[in-house]
Ligand binder design. Structure first.
Ligand code: NAP
Ligand code: G4F
Length: 339
């Protein structure tokens, strides 16, 4: 049975990838960093459970800023596949914490690749490596964006991801390692972090609907994104590592919509007019913005046989209904605590 090591296992994609690999019979080792409160809510249904899957998921303390922890874990775990999903992944926050963002996503990637290379040499076995690269790397280059589109990154986050991309290509070319980049366009879900725009909108729509919130403060509503569903996208990660030859792939839906269109879709589902609630706050504007992302995933479709299964409107419905349910439960808990 295969063993997979996942960095960023507690994040949105880490949790879906864990479910996918467990279903395929893998034993999984996830790297978690120490924090003052546990950040494992997305894994609770697996890690907290006393059933078979619990036996095949192990969490190891480590950090992308600590190369010695990465080396120790790789040697102990002896993985067949490594999925590097860890990052300070919030673009606007990367302007506030540029050095840390680069340390985790750029230098951290290098630390992990070096540890994997040393392990390969010592163990005499091939490790397959997946790098979570991003459509943010295209930045201001006009759409549609594919594997051959030049990068023009517009944030410390995007620059760190460009460096991580090239480290990955370099380990493939210099050392013949099985290293692949997934250049994933935005992908969302009911597990998306609460301060990314889609989840911020669906959470607010639910809370406004039940009367728990009156306003929603946002930044630039004109930016356009190619939004897919996260569960579909982790499948592309796995498919890349099953190929004989490592390569780089764009993963996207080929459709792009503005923040206004996302607002229309989510608030519309709940019979609300978003213009009555949304206010613009300069705080959420970025020093330099990425205006228009639209991916061309022809290569992933043709070589990997990958296609998105969940449409934009289905995804908005899943997220909006999930967050309406959360809001209703919050309201119920408030009423109950007063009675
Ligand atoms: P996410 O929800 O923000 O998860 C990020 C993960 O990285 C979390 O598990 C986080 O741990 C971990 N992490 C952060 N700093 C770390 C450190 N110093 N050491 C170890 N782990 C650390 O991100 P996501 O949406 O799942 O995305 C997964 C990856 O794909 C990221 O690299 C992201 O940049 C990239 N990506 C995402 C998208 C997208 O649309 N979602 C698109 C393209 C690329 P904590 O739980 O402790 O914070
Ligand atoms: O949801 P966002 O923060 O995602 P962004 O910046 O596109 O980055 C995400 O996708 C990347 C892939 O392209 C990943 F690499 C990255 O890790 C992350 O997952 O913002 C989307 C758009 C931006 O144009 C932003 O300016 O929404 C705009 N926006 C408007 N108001 C807002 C807000 N974004 C956030 N987070 N919060 C707002 O209030």
């Amino acid at each position: 049975m295969k063993r997979a090591l996942i960095t960023g296992i507690t994040g949105q994609d880490g949790s879906y990838l864990t479910e996918l690999l467990l279903a395929k019979g893998y034993t999984i080792y996830g790297i978690v960093r120490r924090s003052s409160s546990l950040t494992r809510t997305r894994l609770e249904h697996i890690y907290g459970a006393r059933h078979f899957e619990r036996e095949k998921l192990y969490l190891e303390y480590g950090d992308m800023t600590d190369g010695s922890s990465l080396r120790t874990i790789i040697t102990r775990v002896a993985p067949d596949e490594i999925y590097n999903l860890a990052a300070q992944s919030h673009v606007r926050v990367s302007f506030d914490t540029p050095e840390y963002t680069v340390d985790v996503a750029d230098v951290g990637t290098l630390r992990l690749l070096e540890a994997a290379r040393d392990y390969q040499k010592q163990a005499g076995k091939t490790v397959r490596y997946y790098q979570a690269s991003s459509s943010e790397m295209f930045g201001s280059t006009p759409p549609p964006q594919s594997e051959t589109t030049p990068f023009h990154p517009r944030s410390p986050y995007a620059i760190a991801k460009v460096a991580g991309y090239w480290h990955t290509v370099n380990y493939r070319e210099a050392y013949g390692m099985h290293c692949s980049n997934g250049i994933l366009f935005n992908h969302e879900s009911e597990r998306r972090g609460e301060n990314f725009v889609t989840r911020k909108i669906t959470l607010a729509a639910g809370r406004i609907k039940v009367g728990l919130q009156k306003e929603l403060y946002l930044g630039n509503l004109d930016a356009k994104r190619d939004w897919g569903y996260a569960k579909d996208y982790v499948e592309a990660m796995w498919l890349m590592l099953q190929e004989d030859k490592p390569d780089d792939y764009v993963v996207a839906t080929g459709e792009s919509r503005s923040i206004r269109e996302f607002l229309d879709a989510s608030f519309g589902l709940l019979g609300l007019n978003w213009q009555d609630y949304v206010k613009i706050d300069q705080f959420y504007m970025r020093p330099s913005e990425v205006d228009f992302l639209l991916g061309n995933a022809t290569k992933a479709q043709e070589k990997l046989g990958w296609r998105p299964k969940v449409s934009f409107s289905e995804m908005v419905k899943i997220m909006t209904e999930y967050d309406l349910d959360l809001a209703e439960r919050e309201l119920h808990a408030k009423k109950f605590s007063r009675s």
